[in-house]
Design a protein around this ligand. Sequence first.
Ligand code: NI
Length: 392
Amino acid sequence: MAIVNRIAEFHADMTAWRHEIHAHPETAFEEFRTADFVAKRLGDFGIEVHRGLAGTGVVGTLKGGNGSQRSIALRADMDALHIHEKNGFEHVSQNPGKMHACGHDGHTTMLLGAARYLAETRNFDGTVHFIFQPAEENEGGARVMVEQGLFDQFPVEAVYGMHNMPGYPVGSMCVRNGPLMAAYDVFEIVVRGRGSHGAMPHQGIDPVVTAAQIITSLQTISSRNTNPLDSVVVSVTQVHGGDTWNVIPDEIALRGTTRSFRPEVQKTIEPSIRRIAEGIAQAHGATIAGFRYEMRYPPTVNTAAETEIAAKAAGTVIGEANVVRDPVPSMGAEDFAFMLQARPGSYVWIGNGPTEGGCLLHNPHYDFSDEILPIGASYWATLVEQTLPRRA
Ligand code: NI
């Protein structure tokens, strides 16, 4: 492994930063302490700091070399999740109900490590923007930053992202051209019948039985309406309705999420859900009293040239044999997708090691692996030095 020596030297500092951030998790658009922490470190490294995009967003700008106009961006996410941490170690969350269960503490730290090294050495020619974004989980902080002019204020030829992935060994990275993460939408269906005594269902219209058939039939969207070579997930994740044992309620509300990879496929899901819900409701004499479908995140689609750049940097740091090319994409979603809609770029996974003991993303027993901090920071640093080479 070719970890950058200087980065290995401050592994202990990075570990301390990571634990500090982990112990003080903050959720969407409330990353005040974390943003202060990031801005303070960047300032100490001698990097120009810009704050305020999407509220708590921080961008550090560093120039190196002899005047190249070229410029790239590296992005980390800072937000935590609404999960109550069940770990027992010293850096456990001090904010009850909030937890860095997706490793964004590690992502922030790896980018800070790279920023420190690059500010010290400036062995590149051009400009690097270090983007620390809020609200990756659910709320699309990346979209807000882009809408508020991220790439107008900080023009770049490409943008790069990285996420840890439990289950891939420490010292491995995954790189893929094309889609790596899915599109993420949500939906709500309100089925209205007519309530009645639970013993006399014939006196009403049962929205529970109707909703049950809707839930089952929604599975035909992926199995019968979608080309088998495309991927769609439709998951009903909430069923709300009824108050007691012997009363059939008036209404049942269903909520859920859908996932897909291609925009052409994503567009077909909403009309399919609506058709099935309305058709089944009508068959039972019920109605659809409410219907909502929101497109949240587009798919995360890497561009070819930038993916080769990412693969080369990863191979330099961890050895080509440890770069997993074309991993199976994830049905998880990622708001880095919005940055990739605005600029070419590539998003990679860095192996976080074994999943034993619940070390899985969004799990109350998860923790980011401190072992990989210098690997990720070296990847970022190498990517910059290879992409913006200093002229002799
Ligand atoms: Ni995440």
